[in-house]
Design a protein around this ligand. Structure first.
Ligand code: FES
Length: 80
């Protein structure tokens, strides 16, 4: 009964990445962190996909690493 996988994608994120969800992750384009997380969990599994969904990273690209990190956490490569 305790083995039920959680459906909340935020549970896959390390604590430190769960902070400030309602703040801009991409300050250049004012894209909220939660919007980026939602885009990733809805299938945007690459920076390019996140970019086209949310416009994040389209400023100077300074948030690209953070977006990559979120993708890494939310889309583990070997997970089905
Ligand atoms: S903060 Fe996202 S491109 Fe600069």
């Amino acid at each position: 009964m305790n083995n039920t996988p959680s459906k909340n994608p935020l549970d896959k994120l390390p604590l430190i990445l769960k902070k400030d969800l309602d703040q801009n992750l991409c300050t250049c384009n004012e894209v909220l962190k939660i919007d980026i997380i939602n885009a990733i969990t809805n299938g945007a599994s690459s920076v390019e996909a996140v970019k086209s969904e949310t416009y994040a990273t389209m400023g100077s690209g300074c948030c690209t690493q953070q977006v990559e990190r979120l993708i890494e956490c939310l889309c583990p490569p070997e997970e089905e």
